[in-house]
Design a binder for this molecule. Structure first.
Ligand code: TYM
Length: 330
């Protein structure tokens, strides 16, 4: 079986971008062709200062959301990164096979460093190495992500190829899987920026847990242009983004969407987009509420899947430790 791995940070409130760019594809890919690992990547979260109780709460909410959105925890391994020490151990080894120059080129590091100028820590700098470790630890073939993670996938492949070049075929070389629509959902207030959990303007992002009124209101207020035609063009980034969202939420092609709204006004279109998103998010929200009541069920998944992930992680880790020359365990 091919192996599929992906993860999300439990930092901030998840947005529609996280759902349409990643989670939705995870769900459509989870089938018998793949052995899937979906991690709540809490080690990555502490590259930015977190409130401990809040981080714990968000991590659990994210794990619950994975299941509520449709990932089957019996078939897939849904677990906390911090419960599998192999992530950090492999990350250290891979640090020694990654060049400062490579990390210096990472655009996300530059972005985050400029946003958190008071805390440019070494973890933020080596973040992509930890991400490479996440992926390589499970001999991953496919990694479904949004466009913003593409550069991190490239460095992962470079590190894996470098390591394999020295020690033989230790790691599988992973491929990114980036969906055709929804891979880069933009801010509703500034369609030149990606929709982001950390946007300070709450109207810029649809959060997965937003109530129906807020969702409709935010779409109604979405920044578009002074024209009135619904066409898919880079000259109309606001409308283009709304077409992408509608297309992804309804599984209709861009052409079908453009045809459907031919001759209609922006007001009608924005409302339709809001309603399409609502009909995707409402069932997930209901399921989250239901699952959150069943503490024992979620605890059981955390324990069983943590152990399962550990088992597979240890297999790769032992192989790597042997290759680099660490003494065998007696
Ligand atoms: P994170 O937590 O920022 O985002 C999770 C996933 O959501 C996608 N995404 C988007 N897609 C479309 N439009 C948007 N506006 C948008 N915003 C976010 C991201 O591309 C991502 O797929 N470093 C990763 C987490 C990570 C990871 C991994 C991912 C750690 N280890 C191993 C894959 C494999 C991150 O910060 O994603």
């Amino acid at each position: 079986k091919k192996v599929l791995f992906s993860g999300m940070q439990a930092t901030g409130n998840l947005t529609l971008g996280n759902y349409l760019g990643a989670l939705k594809n995870w769900i459509s890919l989870e089938n018998d062709e793949y052995q899937c690992f979906f991690s709540v990547v809490d080690l990555h979260s502490i590259t930015i200062r977190q409130d401990p109780a809040e981080l714990r709460r968000r991590a659990r909410a994210l794990l619950t959301l994975y299941i509520a959105a449709g990932l089957d925890p019996e078939k897939n391994c849904i677990y906390y990164q911090s419960h599998v020490s192999g992530h950090a151990e492999l990350s250290w080894i891979l640090n020694c096979f990654t060049y400062m120059g490579e990390l210096n080129r990472m655009t996300q590091f530059k972005d985050k460093a400029s946003k958190h100028a008071d805390n440019i820590n070494a973890g933020l700098f080596t973040y992509p190495v930890l991400m490479a470790a996440d992926i390589l630890l499970f001999q991953t073939d496919v990694v479904p992500v949004g466009v913003d993670q593409k550069q991190h996938l490239e460095i992962t492949r470079d590190i894996a190829e470098r390591f394999n070049g020295i020690y033989g075929d230790v790691f599988a070389i992973p491929e990114p899987y980036i969906g055709k629509v929804g891979a880069k959902i933009m801010s509703l207030q500034d369609p030149a920026k990606k929709m982001s959990k950390s946007d300070e303007n709450p109207n810029a992002s649809i959060y997965l847990m937003d109530d129906p009124d807020s969702i409709i209101r935010k779409f109604k207020r979405a920044v578009t242009d002074s024209d009135n035609q619904i066409i898919y063009s880079d000259d109309k980034p606001g409308i283009k983004n709304l077409i992408d969202i509608y297309s992804s939420a309804t599984n209709k092609t861009v052409d079908e969407v453009v045809k459907e709204f031919d001759g209609k006004g922006y007001g009608d279109f924005k409302l339709a987009v809001g309603e399409s998103v609502l009909s995707v998010l409402k069932p997930i929200q209901d399921k989250v509420a239901e699952l959150s009541k069943d503490k024992a069920y979620i605890d059981g998944i955390i324990k069983a899947n943590g152990e399962k992930a550990n088992y597979y992680a240890t297999k790769t880790l032992r192989k790597v430790q042997k290759k680099v020359g660490f003494p065998e365990r007696i």
